[in-house]
Design a binder for this molecule. Structure first.
Ligand SMILES: O=C(O)CCC(=O)C(=O)O
Length: 328
């Protein structure tokens, strides 16, 4: 590389053409070596003018009427819009046409996390208001430890089979049911159990009656032995609980995440596609009370998913009201 080549490589990049020739080896011309006509400085030849006449005469009529309507307005930039000083100045030739997208654009709403106490109206349709009341510290820590120990010992825990998508399998948790009426869900029937409730359950039932004004008469209990135990997506919408059941859920033991997802409308075959459903997560630690009411069972599903890190055992008890057959 001689000195001249080095200078060009430094100043213009290695592809700059030699100053002595109007065309580089690659066949590209640099702007400095264009002929005056190529640079746009020479008047167009008569044939070129003749070729462009129909277009330019059409344009000049438009330009004339534009000029009339623009009288008194600041002059429009000359040349392409990106060369104008103020690119925000609208060009009279710009028109924006909105076209409906051919396919419906679906967006999944951002997941939500509830950690603070409060009353949350999580949706208002299609059936009505779905409401969550959350009291993270309903039972104080020293009490919740003692309650956990009593429930673990006193409740007659059993592992049952249920059916999901036509497949029967052992439930990934232990359960118990306290009520005068049987409870059937997911292919399992919990028989009536009129045994006396352990004292801790009676006491909690009375406390809940004071807070909510509801006399709960049934209880479903779950024991999650570790993080691999879980309960899948479902709604507690069985007819025995009525149309808008209030369910009070208390947690003892290790923390687990409770999730809710909104039910989308069913398709023609009655299937629901949950891909774009809104999801709400509520971490439930020992002593937390979560109340689901209104249309939460009609319009939402809930679950406690498996976790893949160490979790100790957790007991969840859900107080419910079974309604007479006429109200179902
Ligand atoms: O363990 C929980 O927090 C939820 C239990 C539950 O979904 C149920 O018993 O239906």
């Amino acid at each position: 590389m001689n000195f001249d080549k080095k200078r060009r490589a430094r100043v213009q990049g290695g592809w700059a053409s030699a100053p002595s020739s109007s065309q580089s080896k690659s066949g590209f011309k640099s702007r400095n070596h264009l002929t005056p006509n190529e640079q746009g400085n020479e008047k167009p030849k008569p044939e070129a003018q003749a070729e462009s006449r129909p277009v330019s005469s059409k344009l000049s009529r438009q330009a004339l009427s534009q000029a009339k309507s623009d009288k008194g307005k600041p002059p429009m930039p000359v040349g392409p819009i990106w060369m104008a000083k103020n690119i925000d100045t609208p060009s009279p030739r710009q028109t924006f046409v909105f076209q409906d997208p051919e396919e419906e654009i679906k967006m999944k709403p951002a997941d939500q996390l509830i950690t603070k106490p409060g009353v949350f109206d999580i949706s208002t349709e299609p059936s009505g208001v779905s409401r969550i009341r959350f009291f993270p510290n309903f039972v104080e820590p020293s009490m919740s430890e003692a309650i956990y120990a009593e429930l673990y010992k006193e409740i007659p825990w059993r592992q049952r089979h249920d059916i999901h998508n036509g497949i029967q399998a052992m439930q990934p948790r232990l359960t118990a049911w306290f009520s005068d009426v049987p409870y059937t869900y997911a292919g399992v029937t919990e028989p009536p159990n009129s045994a006396e409730w352990p004292p801790a359950l009676r006491q909690l039932k009375n406390q809940l009656a004071e807070v909510t004004g509801i006399e709960f008469n049934a209880l479903a209990a779950n024991l999650y032995r570790d993080g691999h135990d879980s309960i899948g997506w479902h709604s507690d919408d069985e007819k025995i609980f009525g149309k808008t059941p209030t369910i009070a859920s208390l947690s003892f033991g290790d923390e687990r995440v409770f999730e809710l997802r909104k039910k989308p409308p069913p398709d023609e075959s009655g299937e629901r596609d949950y891909t774009y459903s809104q999801v709400i997560r509520i971490p439930l630690h020992s002593g937390a009370l979560l109340i689901m009411e209104g249309c939460t069972q009609s319009d939402w599903q809930h679950r406690v998913p498996k976790e893949y890190h160490d979790r100790g055992p957790r007991i969840n008890i859900t107080f419910r009201v079974t309604v007479p057959v006429d109200n179902r």
